[in-house]
Design a protein around this ligand. Structure first.
Ligand code: HEC
Ligand code: HEC
Length: 369
């Protein structure tokens, strides 16, 4: 009755059960008796949360109607870092330079929301010319029930570690903590957080986004109608998107290993994609940073020169060491293993080396590789 897709995700779920148990257990407690909820007819535009609540799941990220909030103010805070408060006064910037969209996309990262694989996401980002960023996407953020997961709760050695931990099951606290730790910004007011949350609600998942096979939509619809097998129906839906984004903090690849690049094991064009959709998104024209990078030989020479010297300009350290750790010298936003792979960083190294060596001729040379 179930598709292979669903079976596979069941297997994946089972193997990672131990790790996610801590996250899932409190979640089970949030399923209430469905008798009190209303019936709905599921179509592609139906909101995923509407189906889940009708199956009895408690919406933990819902807007607090008792607080002032405004999605368009939230959108401005996210995109520009400033807005106008409810008294008509312009707010102080949320952060000096690092607004949310420096590090988080507002578009889906893949046609299938369950895709977290960095290479598939990079190819998708390249096809639509959207950035490839360290933060998880805002699209579908309110559909998650845990934030800053795994290593963020254990290994993360930041002075604001407690704030990050407090955000694990609380989206408002996760927003506050992120602006402080990653945005290096100020404390946000309650109405600002509520407005950002309200904007994030405009980016919630719809059933059509999940691309579930019709047979499974029918199973869910039946559960909604007959009020049976609710937990199973919830599990089916949640197997089609990451209700939790896994996060593994890693240190830079060892120097001996990273020196081994070649046209056989590395992909020049893939390295170019990383440079374009990651590095340049923040470093071009100092948009979000102090270090300017572009497509000139000077940029490539600089990066290449410092590949392995462990100096301020060593890109491996900038990409991998997390804020608060010893190697995180200039406080850059790092990428977890899930957000950028070592293979991608090595492809980037190969691309940078060749660009420094051959200039633009390298692009022609590797065009059809
Ligand atoms: C300099 C980069 C940066 C900036 C700026 C930034 N974030 Fe983040 N954010 C991150 C990273 C990195 C993570 C952790 C991603 C992961 O789990 O791998 C994160 C995680 C989050 C999470 C938890 C998401 C999850 O799926 O676990 C929330 C919520 C969040 N950020 C909200 C915001 C908001 C709202 C702003 C703006 C006020 C903001 N962030 C600004 C980099 C940033
Ligand atoms: C989300 C924004 C963002 C992205 C994406 C990003 N960086 Fe950075 N990077 C920063 C910030 C912020 C700093 C901190 C120092 C600063 O402001 O210049 C930094 C610091 C650095 C540094 C050390 C500082 C220096 O002056 O040399 C290097 C090297 C670096 N980045 C390289 C890269 C490379 C290579 C990529 C592509 C894989 C990349 N960065 C992607 C934001 C970003």
């Amino acid at each position: 009755m179930f598709s292979n897709n669903y079976k596979m995700s069941k297997i994946i779920k089972a193997t990672s059960l131990l790790l996610t148990l801590i996250i899932i257990l409190p979640n089970l407690a949030t399923i209430q008796s469905p008798e009190f909820s209303e019936d709905i007819v599921i179509n592609p535009d139906t909101k995923v949360w509407d189906v889940l609540t009708s199956l009895g799941k408690v919406n933990i990220n819902s807007i607090d109607k008792g607080r002032n909030s405004d999605a368009s103010k939230g959108r401005q805070l996210v995109r520009r870092g400033v807005t106008v408060d409810f008294k008509g006064k312009k707010t102080h910037p949320t952060s000096h330079k690092l607004t949310c969209i420096a590090c988080h996309t507002t578009e889906p990262e893949h046609t299938l929301p369950s895709t977290t694989d960095p290479q598939k996401r990079l190819e998708y980002a390249d096809s639509l010319n959207i950035p490839f960023l360290p933060g998880t996407p805002f699209y579908g953020m309110v559909n998650r029930f845990a934030f800053f997961n795994n290593d963020y709760q254990e290994l993360f050695a930041n002075k604001n570690k407690l704030a990050i931990q407090a955000g694990h099951h609380d989206i408002r606290k996760a927003i506050q903590a992120c602006n402080m730790v990653y945005g290096k910004g100020r404390i946000l007011y309650a109405w600002e957080i509520e407005s950002i949350l309200s904007y994030l609600w405009s980016l919630e998942l719809k059933i059509g986004d999940l691309q579930m096979p019709d047979s499974l939509v029918a199973v869910v619809q039946e559960a909604v109608n007959k009020k049976v097998n609710n937990i199973e129906a919830i599990e089916i839906i949640e197997s089609f998107y990451p209700a939790v984004y896994p996060a593994t903090l890693v240190t830079p690849l060892a120097v001996e290993k990273r020196k081994k690049t070649s046209p056989v094991i590395n992909n020049f064009n893939n390295g170019m994609r990383v440079y374009k959709h990651s590095c340049l998104h923040c470093h071009a024209n100092n948009k979000y940073t102090n270090l300017h990078l572009d497509s000139s030989e000077k940029s490539f020479e600089l990066l290449k020169k410092h590949f392995d010297d462990g100096s301020l300009h060593t890109m491996y350290d900038a990409i991998r060491y997390s804020p608060g750790s010893k190697g995180n010298k200039t406080n850059p936003p790092h990428y977890t293993a899930e957000r950028m792979s070592d293979q991608q960083i090595q492809d980037l190294r190969f691309f940078i080396s060749k660009m420094a060596q051959m200039g633009n001729d390298a692009i022609l040379y590797y065009k059809n590789y």
